[in-house]
Design a protein around this ligand. Sequence first.
Ligand code: SF4
Length: 296
Amino acid sequence: MAGPSTDKTSINDEDTSYLGDPWRDAGALTGFEPAIEQGPGLFLAAVGILIAGAAALFVLFWYSIAPRLEAFSPSLPVAVLLAGGVLVSYIFLEYLGIIATTYTGRALLLPLGRSSRVTIKLVAPARRLAKLLGSSADRMAHSAVRVSNAVTHATARGFKKPGPVLVLLPRCLQRPECSQPLVEDVDSCRRCGECPVAEILSLREEYDDVVMAVLTGGSVVPSVVRHFDPRAVIGVACERELITGIYVVSKRPVLGVANQRPEGPCRRTALDVAELRAAVETFVPGVTDVEKLDRE
Ligand code: SF4
């Protein structure tokens, strides 16, 4: 496998947290939640507020410069207001498309909404909004992952790229006392059952074309994805890593599965294997009961 990249990847120049960085407030853990269950509505509501805020700011800005525009040409203020109105209307239609797709599971998206990148780009301001309103930034990120996943579910059939389905697992799934070198070779697991890795490997064997890698941190995601050149990617991580990871690999269909942190971040984490299975079956048809019997 290609060596780990040292590239730092952030979704926002102003956001100084990077893939693979330890949790900035891991010491304090104020408001820390070991597992988050949050529907897509929170993020969609935040995006609605952001769009309304941007439209209001535009109108205020227009109002303040309208007299100067009029000095150039009497019809210029109306033309600028109309242009802004058209742009805001288009963004609003994109937003409605994402809402409809999220809740119906059908691809009702305009061109911009088909990109996970656009959705994920909105997470940074949405997380700031959550903090301003006293809500949890991680809940907002979880909600955003649900929206991104819904968009991927609705559009995944349109991707025809060859290659395997790549499942990226965080090293913190492994028990600290286990010395098997999973990062070098995921199959070095002895399947003792002490951590979820054994069950995840069994799941992999039920499907063709599924490969897995255990990562030391999010910073190696680009090089691992380049190495496998997959047709789709499934990431397992905390919400913070998922958001940046989805952004990094969003040129391919990508799904995020949030992990659970019963002992705090980055230590003895767990996941819902049924959720991972559902993610795999988005890209790989599930084996039928008859096939299962044949294999036994
Ligand atoms: S299942 Fe056992 S051997 Fe495999 S990674 Fe987990 S603790 Fe190590």
